[in-house]
Design a binder for this molecule. Structure first.
Ligand SMILES: [Zn+2]
Length: 114
């Protein structure tokens, strides 16, 4: 992979991350609306047990789903170190390190060769 390919893959991954972040945020907005309606339009603090359970599942499950989708997208883009199998984009410092040195920041495997 060349440096330009790596940078454009990173930009594509960031767009994807932003998109699913927006979808998650929209879902959170619906939860707030639900809570608002449940409380008789008084405030945003849902007190019913069903709301609390659903909110907890949405929050925790959403974070796990967000991480899983991000790693899956990196695999699709080929942004996984071929040696240590770690994703290359999650940690901004490691990503900058790959761009600067062309090597994986964890194991030293050559990622960029141009
Ligand atoms: Zn590595």
């Amino acid at each position: 992979m060349t440096k330009n390919e790596f940078i454009s893959k990173q930009a594509e991954w960031k767009r994807y991350r932003f998109k699913i972040g927006c979808i998650y945020g929209a879902g959170l907005g619906l939860f707030m609306l639900w809570s608002f309606l449940l409380s008789g339009m008084k405030d945003l603090h849902g007190t019913s047990p069903l709301f609390r359970v659903c909110g907890f599942i949405y929050f925790c499950g959403g974070v796990l789903l967000f991480l899983w989708l991000n790693v899956r997208r990196m695999k699709q883009l080929g942004a996984i170190c071929p040696n240590c199998k770690k994703p290359l984009f999650f940690n901004a410092i490691l990503t900058k390190n790959v761009i600067a040195t062309g090597k994986c920041g964890r194991c030293g495997e050559t990622i960029i060769n141009d």
